[in-house]
Write a protein that binds this ligand. Structure first.
Ligand code: CA
Length: 226
């Protein structure tokens, strides 16, 4: 994949430099902002494809920036020292594409950027998603494993399809419950657990050690595509 325009929003100068250097080495064009105000200005001028967003900014809470940045077409990866899972959930529900906790591994960060950009560039309209031996045909609502049709219940299929439409992205429990079961069941996390378990039994080579549908503890689930 060719390099992308990436904006780093971070008030800590050491982390800002580290991120800029890592992004440049990976072939991206990185610019930086130290405040929310500066970030919003640069988003309009430079039109970055991805924004790495610190939540603890001096002038504004980073959470408030997520929707503003998303509305301008960039993917948002939150890079925060806040380990509280409710912060992660809030960031994802506001539209962040991913969330990394400091201190983070630079390679992991670069991989997450690639995933978010690939998804954005390929668009939401993919009709078929293949992960290893599993293929999800979103147009015909058909799932195969090693070429053999897998029978899924409607909820199992809807959940898998929702994850498949956002490959590599963490979707929060509430997001998944709202989409698959409806807004009234936003807190019925048990429904989700049962359905994920059933999907793993049907799709994972080793259901007890899931590699396809992975758990982000306290936050949600992610369909792993790499
Ligand atoms: Ca900060």
């Amino acid at each position: 994949m060719s390099g992308a325009r990436v904006l780093v929003v971070e008030d800590d100068p050491a982390i800002r430099r580290l991120l800029q250097a890592a992004l440049t080495r990976a072939g991206h064009v990185a610019s930086t902002a130290a405040t929310a105000r500066e970030a919003l200005g640069l988003v309009d001028i430079e039109r970055p494809e991805a924004v790495l967003l610190d939540l603890g900014l001096p002038d504004r809470d980073g959470l408030e920036l997520i929707q503003l940045v998303r509305a301008r077409g960039a993917v948002v990866l939150v890079v925060s020292a806040r380990t509280d899972t409710s912060e992660k959930v809030a960031a994802l529900d506001l539209g962040a594409d991913d969330y990394l906790v400091k201190p983070f591994d630079t390679e992991e960060l670069l991989a997450r950027i690639r995933t978010a950009l690939r998804h954005r560039r390929s668009g939401m309209g993919a009709v078929q998603v293949t992960i290893g031996i599993v293929t999800i045909d979103l147009e015909h609502r058909r799932v195969t494993r090693d070429g053999t049709a897998v029978h899924l219940t409607p909820k199992e299929y809807d959940l898998l399809a929702e994850l498949a439409q956002h490959p590599g992205k963490v979707l929060s429990h509430a997001q998944l419950l709202r989409t698959v079961w409806g807004p009234a069941h936003e807190r019925s996390v048990e429904y989700l657990r049962i359905t994920v378990r059933a999907l793993r039994q049907k799709l994972e080579p080793e259901p007890a050690r899931p590699r396809l549908i992975v758990n982000e503890p306290g936050v949600g689930y992610r369909l792993v595509i790499d």
